[in-house]
Design a protein around this ligand. Structure first.
Ligand SMILES: Cc1cc2nc3c(=O)[nH]c(=O)nc-3n(C[C@H](O)[C@H](O)[C@H](O)COP(=O)(O)O)c2cc1C
Length: 193
């Protein structure tokens, strides 16, 4: 049975995934890549790749059409929902992630957007709490059932490795479905495999 069989008004749900880490072998990026691999046919997750290219946020530059900023705003606008997976640096979120979010504060693209927060480390509670505060302040709509904390710390798993962990894969799949339901309640009718 497919999405289209269950929901006649079927459409692909587009989700933008933002990793807060620029590291080549980032566990947060790997978590999002695993989510991409696990996403059902009616969910398309795209990994944002421009975090490191954004200029430092400066309100004076907001009226200027900067290509990297315009691209970020367009990708957010074109998505039905957002997943953020971020490491914690010194009890806060990485500057590059805050920088990206700051570029979105004044626009309408982020407002009301369903947001899932993934956390790759149970130790990173400050960053997770900070993200809840920031996203809520920016009028993003956090979907609590789609927010997960898994333990990848010290495991050195890439996306393929994460997919071999049944518990983490299960949590990821459930989170994706919860976000999909938060975006489009009719998806709750789709049988879970
Ligand atoms: C500069 C720096 C500061 C960090 N500060 C914290 C911290 O305050 N709390 C924490 O739990 N982990 C902290 N960590 C560990 C990272 O959050 C952890 O290595 C995480 O897996 C990195 O995410 P990534 O694999 O996606 O890059 C810190 C790491 C670095 C490099």
């Amino acid at each position: 049975m497919t999405f289209a069989d269950v929901v006649p008004t079927a459409r692909i749900l587009r989700i933008l995934a933002i990793s807060g880490s620029l590291r080549q072998v980032s566990s947060n990026t790997a978590l999002l890549q695993a989510a991409i691999a696990l996403s059902p046919e009616f969910v398309e997750i795209n990994l944002y790749g421009g975090l490191g290219d954004l200029p430092h946020f400066n309100p004076d530059l907001e009226p200027v059409e900067l290509p990297s900023v315009a691209d970020l705003r367009a990708q957010v606008k074109g998505s039905d929902g957002i997943i953020i997976s971020s490491p914690e640096y010194a009890h806060g979120i990485p500057g590059v992630l805050k920088n990206a979010l700051d570029w979105l504060v004044s626009g309408e693209e982020f407002m009301g957007k369903p947001v899932a927060l993934f956390n790759a480390s149970p130790r990173a509670a400050h960053a997770q709490a900070s993200l809840i505060e920031i996203v809520t302040t920016m009028a993003g709509r956090i979907v609590p059932e789609a927010c997960i904390t898994v333990s990848l710390l010290g495991k050195n798993l890439d996306a393929a490795g994460i997919l071999t962990e049944p518990e983490i894969s299960g949590e990821l799949s459930a989170a994706i479905m919860a976000l999909a339901t938060g975006i489009e309640p009719s998806t709750a009718a789709i049988p879970r495999l």
